[in-house]
Design a protein. Structure first.
Length: 385
């Protein structure tokens, strides 16, 4: 849901700072100055809004966008984006007609997938743009080296017939967040071998391999012709460096308005199961967000969750429920309608998505993609706050 300027302020908002996105794209371009940049905006821009982030990334010098599904690719076209878009995770029963007609580049990792894409190209009456995917060691998508010759051969035949164009040969890293890991060189070598085989068959594809972490390693032999950063576009550090030590700026801030303030006496239990009982008389503030909105229940299992409210970090108390979080404000003068920051860039002392990830035993990717509408309104800002 997007913010409507004259509507009352949202109860909960994911504020997305497009100036931060543009800054982060600049950092990534500087790290791979000789490569084109594809900003990855799958999963609705990692929860930030694919069209808004995609447009900002293109304005900052990205020349491609990357997504996972055909629906995500077509949503970018519907949002007015006409830059090259690559979509890479399909099932062979997908109908590729609309995607080919919309000029979406398509990943192909088997002859069966290729046949499905070519059927779409014939139905659309247009040449399919292929990125042949080689599995260089992640063991997920892509053809295994033993199947590569057959795939390249079938693709070359489709090119000769005029049904397809082979734009790229690409792969995905298993340790893109680990500088110096030996699999990086191994995967790059395997990609080059596969690319050379395509060239030997008369094709002229580009090569791409690097995600955010690999892009920021500043290694041209990983950056190749095109880099595909996702998480760093959103300002989250692929090496988990603290915000102060990272060149990136986090783009999302999750905040909610205090729905209710109440004074409770010592001994009063709070939320389901009374896991927290007020030790002294205190003021409680109720925030209208919970695990259905992307504030995981286990975030407060040890009572360590903090929110920034009234200029101070204050503890969430008791269990997080589906819709609500209770904050202990002591004797501070909080008011209904005050804004509480759950996570953000950390610039005002609020927790970061990285802090949440550490607490949850996960990665910041899962934190930001977990923030969900429709009860959280996405508010896109062109300028930093
Ligand atoms: C998600 C994804 C990326 C981006 O990875 P980050 O770690 O977010 O930079 C790049 N390429 C592929 C194939 C992906 O699935």
């Amino acid at each position: 849901m997007q913010f409507v300027p004259d509507a009352p302020p949202p109860r909960a908002e994911a504020v997305v700072d497009l100036a931060a996105v543009r800054h982060n794209v600049g950092v990534l371009r500087a790290a791979a100055p000789d490569s084109a940049l594809m900003a990855v905006v799958k999963a609705d821009g990692y929860g930030h809004g694919a069209v808004a982030v995609g447009s900002a990334a293109l304005a900052a010098g990205a020349t491609w966008l990357g997504v996972c599904t055909l629906e995500e690719a077509l949503a970018l076209r519907a949002g007015g984006i006409d830059a090259p878009v690559l979509s890479w995770l399909h099932v062979p029963t997908d109908d590729f007609t609309e995607a080919v007609a919309a000029g979406i580049d398509l990943s192909v990792g088997s002859v069966a997938h290729l046949d499905a894409v070519l059927a779409g190209a014939r139905a659309a009456g247009r040449t399919a743009r292929l990125h042949l995917k080689i599995d260089t060691g992640l063991s997920r998508g892509g053809a295994q080296p033993a199947q590569w010759a057959d795939l390249v051969d079938a693709a070359a035949k489709a090119v000769a017939e005029g049904t397809a164009e082979v734009v790229a040969v690409f792969s995905h890293l298993s340790h893109g967040d680990t500088p110096g890991h030996p699999t990086l060189d191994l995967q790059a070598e395997r990609l080059t071998t596969a690319w050379q085989a395509a060239r030997d068959r008369g094709l002229h594809p580009i090569r791409h391999l690097a995600n955010s972490g690999a892009t920021l390693m500043r290694r041209p032999e990983l950056a190749l012709d095109l880099v595909r950063p996702g998480i760093a576009v959103y300002g989250l550090d692929p090496y988990d460096r603290p915000v102060a030590q990272s060149p990136l700026r986090p783009a999302m801030r999750l905040q909610a308005r205090v729905a209710l303030v109440k004074r409770v006496p010592a001994g009063e239990g709070v939320a389901y199961g009374h896991e927290w009982v007020a030790p002294v008389e205190t003021t409680l503030a109720l925030l209208p967000v919970g695990y259905a909105d992307g504030v995981p229940r286990r975030l407060n299992r040890d009572g360590r969750m903090r929110v920034l409210l009234g200029g101070e970090l204050r503890p969430a108390v008791g269990r997080i429920s589906m819709d609500q979080v209770v904050v202990d404000c002591g004797d501070a003068p909080v008011a209904e309608g005050d804004l509480a920051v759950l996570f953000g860039s950390g610039a005002d002392g609020e927790p970061t998505a990285q802090d949440w990830a550490d607490e949850l035993g996960t990665i910041h990717y899962e934190v930001v993609t977990g923030v969900r509408g429709p009860r959280v309104t996405r508010v896109v800002r062109e300028e930093p706050w």
